[in-house]
Structures are given as structure tokens and as C-alpha cells.
Ligand binder design. Structure first.
Ligand SMILES: [Fe+2]
Ligand SMILES: [Fe+2]
Length: 232
């Protein structure tokens, strides 16, 4: 994958405007840092970051035309605000022009502007990295969100989604239905995470009962980490 990362980086430098290329490098580096923090594949995170805005160089009418020509579905919100389409169109380019066939990378590119319900770890990494990368300087609450991203990724996603929604409402701008659905789902996930942590805090260490599935695995990992800290 290393070779394709180098060639994609060169292609982005050639195709994107300098400020967009700088942003792209910032997202790729931040995605790698988040991947280190949350135990995700570093190269996949970097490649998704490098390609996430690959279709942003087109203007709105061109994006609409390109989507129609390629059979990419355009929602009502996207008709009203075609700039949203650079995410879906970017996933198409990643696959057909840059040879990416990894479903997780394509999904992360496709949902990086709006989010979506049931976001994967890479979806969340790219969504957050796009907002907090070091070159961003105008988005609100950046310092807080940058810190939160490395403490609780779901909470950072939710904070960013809520901030974007409240900005769109206050400006009277069109709100994409996917952004709302993503926010509702992330609110649910953050609440579930809190419930799990609360249950862990109140659990007696001798209790041998373990839940099954991903949350059970997470519980066991967290417990062993916290016991380790006490010993240390
Ligand atoms: Fe974007
Ligand atoms: Fe971006």
C-alpha cells in the first residue's frame, strides 16, 4: 500500500489547489495520529485522508453532471447544495481512478461531510480529522475538539455534528437529512458508551460475569487497563 500512498500524494499535489493540498496533508496526518490512538491501520487512515477531498476541485454544476453521468444517486439536499457531492464523487474517483477497492476507505470518503448512522472507526477518524486538522483555524471550538478527539472519538464526532447543525440552523441554511440522522445515531452511541462506563465503575472486581460481543471485549480491556494503573 505504501507505493500507492506515494503516488496518490503526488497526484493530489498536482490536481488540488495549494491550500486544498495543505488541508489534505493535514487530514492525512491527523487521521494517522487518531489511528495510532484508537488502534486502526495507519496506511488505510492515511490513504483515506489523502483522497477524502479528491473531487473538491470541481464546481457545483460539474459535480452534478459527473454524478448523473456515473449513475451516482443525488439526494434532495445534494441538489440544493451540490458541494456536498464531492464526498460521494470522491469515493467514486478513489475507486475508479486511484484503484482503491477497500470498502472502509471508500465509505470514509463518501460520508466525510455529513457522517451517517453506524459510522465505522475509519468513518469517524476521517470525519473528525477533517474538522480538527492543524491548518483549520476558523471552525469554532477547535482547541476543545482537538483535545476531545484523542480522549473520546464518539464524543468528538457528536460535538462536531451538533456544532455544525446549530451553525446551519442559525444561518438558515439547508440541513442535509443524513447529517441529522448521523447526529441522532451518534447521540445514541455516546449515551451507550456512558452507560457502559457507568456499569464498569459500579462493577465489583471479583464479579466473574462478562458480557459478550464488542462491548464485552471493550469492558474487559478497560478493566485490565484500570487495574494496571492502580498497581503501577
Ligand atoms: Fe470535504
Ligand atoms: Fe476536507
Amino acid at each position: 500500500m505504501y507505493e500507492s500512498i506515494i503516488s496518490v500524494r503526488k497526484a493530489m499535489q498536482k490536481k488540488l489547489e495549494p491550500h486544498r493540498y495543505e488541508h489534505t496533508l493535514g487530514v492525512a496526518a491527523t487521521a494517522q495520529a487518531l489511528a495510532m490512538r484508537y488502534g486502526y491501520d495507519l496506511e488505510k487512515a492515511e490513504l483515506a485522508g489523502l483522497l477524502h477531498d479528491c473531487a473538491k476541485r470541481f464546481d457545483a454544476p460539474t459535480m452534478l453532471k459527473k454524478c448523473e453521468k456515473r449513475g451516482i444517486a443525488v439526494s434532495e439536499s445534494e441538489q440544493n447544495d451540490p458541494s456536498l457531492l464531492h464526498a460521494k464523487l470522491g469515493a467514486w474517483y478513489a475507486k475508479h481512478k486511484y484503484g482503491v477497492d477497500d470498502a472502509e476507505i471508500l465509505s470514509a470518503i463518501a460520508c466525510h461531510t455529513t457522517g451517517k448512522p453506524n459510522m465505522s472507526l475509519l468513518d469517524k477518524i476521517i470525519y473528525v480529522a477533517d474538522y480538527i486538522e492543524p491548518r483549520r483555524d476558523r471552525a469554532p471550538n477547535l482547541t476543545e475538539y482537538r483535545k476531545l478527539a484523542f480522549i473520546d472519538l464518539d464524543a468528538a464526532c457528536l460535538a462536531i455534528m451538533e456544532s455544525i447543525l446549530s451553525y446551519l440552523k442559525s444561518e438558515g441554511k439547508t440541513i442535509d437529512t443524513m447529517t441529522v440522522a448521523a447526529c441522532v445515531d451518534m447521540r445514541r452511541a455516546v449515551k451507550e458508551n456512558k452507560d457502559i462506563r457507568r456499569a464498569e465503575t459500579s462493577a465489583v472486581p471479583e464479579n466473574k460475569e462478562e458480557s459478550t460481543g464488542e462491548s464485552g471485549k471493550r469492558n474487559r480491556k478497560t478493566r485490565s487497563r484500570s487495574f494496571g494503573r492502580k498497581k503501577g
